[in-house]
Design a binder for this molecule. Structure first.
Ligand SMILES: Nc1ncnc2c1ncn2[C@@H]1O[C@H](COP(=O)(O)OP(=O)(O)OP(=O)(O)O)[C@@H](O)[C@H]1O
Ligand SMILES: [Mg+2]
Length: 508
């Protein structure tokens, strides 16, 4: 059998946890091989071992049938292995080309010539694989989707044959996911092999040939994707049946909690600003905002949570105007926020999990007494969240936020925000990066939060999530409200058309 990579009986232990426990994964040449497992199952760890970032405690790796020791990422590069990380990092004020050649440039001809030559080569690669990247654009000016394609180009520039993509679709729009699918097909056609990590079973079905499932650090098995149902893969991964449908009673909306009146916000990004936007969210209901990315959703969220100034219009919370209040004051007023970017806004990565769980309340009793932090109440509070939201890590409350797996970071933020019991919870892409079991659980908690009489403003790019979870749906296009519909009386088609700017009245 023609395997490009074989990872055999890999073990890796971190303080307090065995992240990989006797894992075996064999990658065939020319296949897309999905790696599936719960949050914290050990996927990123296993791939970091293959990329030379960690050394396994036990087990062997073979590349093209030969045993190798991948002591660092340079060795991985030489072996033709490239990786796009779950949280990729490019230098924002450098160009695409500069980012790609960083660390590889030979100075023989002087850097200037090299950049020019590299730019040409990158343009060529981009065309060949259908990546559609401008080699001379600055990273800060391009979309997340294109940034990711830059990461892919970086691997190709380094002549990688084995491409590891760690949750590449988590940050992409549906359109970009479709594009990525085509790019992966092109790569395979050129003889590359791909390991794809994703929590979306639909994507595994669509893109992958085989799938290896791991659970809590152990291999469960490798299956042929065409012959295995989504439900079967979910069950292999979680160890029980998973319900994909949200169970909820009809909402019983009360008083208006959030009132947005004629709000206009100028955008910092290239996305469309919010124009004369009005919306109400009442107690006991979930209002979902549906729209193609960059149509004003972020501006709305930032204006409501206090991160961005309103140009005109008013925002009221339980009847009180909060339009010019500080973020801190709005938190005091009872606004909770699950932010879009968990690493930049949600957590302080170098703090412990316990410290992160009290970021908004540490200055209050019982967490602070006469200005002194009380470690025991903080730890107990954090342990409560860790327990009920199943936040997995090696050392519990003492783990650094950075050491947590991506999905567990997300679960911790959700737990922290819901636990404060905010009258208005602004949840942006709350289940991004979560495994199907966790999604089921988080959806339940969001509905519970609603049923306690709170208001939830849900912003998600996943139409299915918006349709499933919301009571009413506000559709935005071009910074404006296209329409407001009852979730029970609409469908994907109707919302899809509205997202494209076609008002309900104008639809056939
Ligand atoms: N550098 C580290 N130090 C300590 N513990 C770590 C470190 N890296 C990972 N872990 C722990 O190892 C376990 C596996 O983490 P890993 O990131 O591999 O999970 P994952 O399968 O990629 O999950 P996700 O789907 O959430 O990204 C987690 O419990 C995590 O807390
Ligand atoms: Mg991961």
């Amino acid at each position: 059998m023609d395997y490009v990579v074989e990872m055999l009986n890999i073990r890796k232990e971190f303080p307090g946890i065995v992240a990989n426990d006797d894992i075996t994964l064999r990658l065939k040449r020319g296949e897309i091989h999905a790696l599936l497992g719960e949050n914290g199952a050990g996927k990123s760890t296993l791939m970091s071992i293959l990329f030379g970032m960690y050394q396994p405690d036990r087990g062997t790796i073979q590349v093209n049938g030969k045993e190798v020791r991948i002591s660092n990422p340079n060795v991985a590069n030489h072996l033709g292995i490239g990786m796009v990380h779950q949280h990729f990092k490019l230098v924002e004020n450098f160009t695409v080309t500069e980012n790609i050649i960083m660390g590889t440039e030979t100075r023989r001809w002087g850097l200037f010539l090299d950049v020019k030559q590299a730019g040409r080569k990158i343009a060529e690669l981009s065309t060949r694989y259908g990546l559609n990247v401008d080699p001379y654009a600055k990273i800060e000016d391009i979309s997340v989707g294109m940034q990711q394609r830059v990461e892919i180009l970086k691997m190709l520039y380094r002549k990688a044959d084995v491409l590891i993509l760690d949750e590449p679709t988590g940050v992409l729009t549906p359109q970009e996911i479709h594009e990525l699918g085509k790019i992966m097909k092109n790569l395979i056609a050129e003889g590359k092999s791909i390991i794809l990590i994703t929590h979306k079973l639909k994507e595994i079905k669509e893109f992958a040939d085989r799938c290896t499932v791991i659970r809590r650090g152990k291999t469960i098995g490798t299956v042929d994707v065409a012959a295995t149902s989504e439900a079967a893969m979910a069950e292999m991964m979680v160890g029980r049946q998973v319900s994909f449908k949200v169970q909820k009673a009809p909402s019983r909306p009360g008083e208006t909690v959030l009132k947005v009146e004629g709000l206009t916000v100028r955008s910092a990004r290239k996305s469309q600003a919010l124009k004369d936007f009005s919306l109400e969210v009442r107690a006991g209901e979930i209002v979902g905002v549906a729209g193609v990315e960059g149509n004003g959703q972020s501006d709305l969220v930032e204006a409501v949570t206090g991160l961005r100034k309103a140009e005109s219009g008013r925002i009221l919370l339980n009847g009180k105007e909060i339009t010019s209040e500080s973020v801190r004051q709005r938190i005091e007023d009872g606004i909770g926020h699950i932010p879009e970017d968990r690493q930049r806004r949600g957590l302080v990565l170098d703090y412990s999990l316990a410290e992160n769980m009290v970021l908004e309340v540490y200055h209050k009793a019982p967490f602070s007494r006469r200005g002194i932090l009380q470690s025991q109440p903080i730890r107990e509070y954090a342990e409560g969240i860790i327990g009920s939201y199943d936040v997995r890590s090696g050392e519990g409350a003492a783990s650094s936020a950075r050491s947590l797996s991506g999905g567990n970071q997300q679960k911790a933020i959700i737990g922290r925000e819901i636990e404060r019991n905010p009258v208005l919870l602004v949840a942006v892409q709350p289940t991004r990066g979560l495994d199907v079991g966790s999604i089921e659980y988080i959806h339940k908690r969001l509905v519970e939060h609603r049923d306690k009489g709170n208001a939830v403003l849900l912003v998600s790019l996943e139409l299915e999530e918006v349709l499933n979870l919301s009571d009413r749906i506000a559709v935005v296009n071009n910074g404006e409200l296209v329409g407001l519909v009852d979730a029970a009386e609409t469908n994907e088609n109707e919302i899809g058309l509205m997202m494209a700017g076609v008002r309900k009245e104008a639809q056939p």
